[in-house]
Design a binder for this molecule. Structure first.
Ligand code: HEC
Length: 147
């Protein structure tokens, strides 16, 4: 009987030692997300992370040259999308992109920049946050007019 107790004690001690010596549990790798931020703030981070600003500018005001694009030869600004799209349409636009940008002069060259599609690259949560961010870009003065 005493032997059994000793064995149990030894096993427990060994287990305790193993626990104490165990290396720390692996931590998940954290992407630079804005913790505790609002959807709009997270969406702003998504906008930066996916490089939307390279073409649409840091504030979505656009204006970058896209020679012979029907949108005035420029990459369009996206501050007014809350007017032209519903949220689901905007979401679809981001995921699908647009393979062929319309030409201003049909006989002219193909505009060099097009809107990439992000399906399969962006998580649902990222797209949802991004939509909220783009929505928030609508100028406040205009908002008061029609909302
Ligand atoms: C390589 C350049 C490029 C990048 C990067 C890019 N876009 Fe675009 N985007 C365009 C061009 C060119 C158009 C105009 C063609 C069109 O209407 O789809 C456009 C159109 C759009 C439109 C429609 C605007 C309208 O008035 O109908 C939205 C919304 C948009 N982009 C959002 C985004 C977001 C969000 C990102 C980042 C995830 C992004 N774009 C990244 C080039 C780009």
């Amino acid at each position: 009987m005493r032997r059994v107790v000793v064995v149990v004690a030894l096993v427990l001690a060994g287990y305790g030692l193993r626990l104490a010596m165990r290396s720390p549990a692996p931590q998940p790798v954290r992407t630079p997300e804005v913790v505790g931020a609002s959807a709009i703030e997270r969406g702003h981070a998504v906008y930066a992370r996916y490089g939307c600003s390279i073409c649409h500018g840091p504030d979505g005001k656009g204006g970058f040259s896209n020679p012979n694009a029907e949108t005035d030869g420029k990459v369009p600004g996206i501050t007014y999308v809350a007017e032209g799209y519903t949220r689901p349409e905007l979401r679809k636009k981001i995921l699908d992109g647009l393979a062929t940008v319309g030409k201003k002069d049909p006989n002219g060259p193909r505009p060099p920049y097009r809107m990439p599609g992000w399906a399969g690259q962006m998580s649902d949560a990222d797209v949802a946050d991004l939509v909220e961010y783009l929505w928030s870009l609508y100028p406040k003065t205009e908002k008061s007019k029609w909302r």
